[in-house]
Design a binder for this molecule. Structure first.
Ligand SMILES: [Cu+2]
Length: 154
């Protein structure tokens, strides 16, 4: 084996575990979620708990004018829900499951964010914890005003 090959092999063996550790570290650093909600919203707090249980750090910011918050972040009336959250540059509108937020942060599509319009009765924060999400869609929406189904819960 020539020296260069040997060096590459040694480097590869040294670096491989470091990459694994690096990947784990990036994953375990919880992304901070800043959630705007009307002070009187109860289900908003339940969604925050769902996100914390999934490893996110959630900062709750009471706001009297949620319509203004939604307008600021590009959430159209048709996509609107109760709370509006910001995580890593993305907007999360309403009761979007943490698993979809994680997928979004991994895939990083060119969208404003995700929305679960209205208040789907079987979404996280709207039902008993631990129950599967059912009968609603999470939408990915962009600056052009387009929304596509990101995850359909049957
Ligand atoms: Cu709600």
């Amino acid at each position: 084996m020539c020296q260069l090959k040997r060096l590459k092999l040694v480097l590869g063996l040294l670096l491989a575990p470091m990459l694994v550790i690096g990947g784990l570290t990036a994953e375990s650093i919880a992304a901070e979620v800043v959630m705007y909600k009307n002070p009187s919203c109860g289900c908003c707090g339940a969604w925050a708990k769902h996100m914390r249980d999934a490893g996110f750090v959630v900062k709750e910011v009471p706001h009297e004018n949620m319509a203004a918050v939604k307008e600021k972040y590009g959430v159209s009336a048709g996509l609107a829900s109760c709370h509006t959250a910001i995580v890593d540059g993305y907007v999360i509108e309403g009761h979007v499951p943490a698993s979809d937020v994680k997928r979004l942060l991994k895939e990083r599509p060119q969208v404003i964010g995700l929305a679960a319009p209205g208040m789907p009765m079987q979404s996280p924060g709207m039902q008993a914890t631990g129950k599967p999400s059912k009968h609603y869609s999470v939408w990915a929406f962009d600056k052009q005003g387009e929304a596509k189904v990101y995850h359909r819960y049957e």
